[in-house]
Design a binder for this molecule. Structure first.
Ligand code: AMP
Length: 281
């Protein structure tokens, strides 16, 4: 496994690999890898000749007052996990390498990114699209694998790739959950046992909403939102951000539920830790 740290090395490598006709699959991450990340690596490996994983805690997707400094990091452990998964290249740039002095260009998607998580984190997706555009130019992937857990992010990136004509397939892989239903997330490591119990209400409320649709045939959006909200806000540490029923293709709110197209999305703070989750209907 190659560990590359400079943008020049990364780009030269991927251009060389493409010249040899290799198919490159890419998984961008912020590290502190868990089974959710590794499931994306498996999807990439199954479709590619060369699998590239990036590990970079991207400062531009955190706002002032968010958890950039507290974000968990353990590069040694991450590299071991990548090696165990037979990743070919891990790209681990420094902040200075990605954002050298004078860096003044941003990439911004302006429709999908402005709602849902974009309301409470107004600069977040601009940071995500900027870093992804840069990483796509450095890693030159044929396809990139994102997780369904960050559903809005995947739709924003797909929009960006289409709008900016990146010749890249965006693949979205299913959410990996702990046995009790909690969607795996690096931020779960910031929860104590009491907070973790309340965090479980995200998936529990989503699955209760899904059951009303799938098992009881309910199609009324307000009925589903009120079921999910009721269960979620019963938690003592929970501060609800949003519950919405959206079209999974474009994240626009649904007037009526359409199975196969609609999705329930939630975001909530468990004390200081902001978590998101979603379920397909
Ligand atoms: P992050 O390191 O949190 O930026 O996530 C990197 C990638 O892993 C993103 O595409 C996420 O959507 C994906 N991811 C994070 N958690 C999960 C999960 N529980 N299941 C599947 N993919 C995930």
């Amino acid at each position: 496994m190659q560990v590359l740290r400079s943008v020049n090395e990364m780009q030269a490598n991927s251009i060389g690999l493409r010249t040899e006709g290799k198919l490159i699959g890419f998984v961008p991450t912020m590290g502190y890898l868990h089974a959710g990340h590794l499931s994306l690596v498996e999807v990439a490996k199954a479709k590619s000749d060369i699998t590239v994983v990036s590990i970079f805690v991207n400062p531009t997707q955190f706002s002032v007052g968010e958890d950039l400094e507290r974000y968990p990091r353990d590069l040694e452990r991450d590299l071991k996990l990548c090696e165990d998964c037979s990743v070919d290249i891990v790209f681990v740039p420094s902040t200075e390498e990605m954002y050298p002095a004078g860096h003044s260009t941003q990439v911004e998607e302006t429709a999908v990114a402005s709602d849902l998580c974009g309301v409470s984190r107004p600069t977040h997706f601009r940071g995500v699209t900027t870093i992804c555009a840069k990483l796509f130019n450095l890693c030159r992937p044929d396809f990139v694998v994102f997780g369904q857990k960050d559903a809005q992010q995947a739709v924003v990136i797909r929009r960006m790739a289409e709008d900016l004509n990146f010749p890249i397939d965006i693949v979205v892989a299913p959410t990996v959950r702990d046995e009790d239903g909690l969607a795996m997330s690096t931020r779960n490591t910031c929860l104590d046992s009491r907070q973790r119990e309340d965090a479980l209400l995200l998936s529990r409320s989503l699955f209760a909403g899904k059951s009303l649709v799938d098992d009881k045939g309910i199609r009324n959006v307000d009925r589903i939102k009120s079921e999910v909200t009721g269960i979620l806000t019963a938690g003592r540490c929970v501060r609800l951000n949003y519950v919405e029923v959206v079209n999974r293709e474009n994240m626009e709110t649904e007037a009526e539920i359409e199975p196969g197209r609609s999705m329930i999305v939630v975001a909530a703070w468990i004390d200081e830790v902001r978590l998101i989750d979603n379920v397909m209907l």
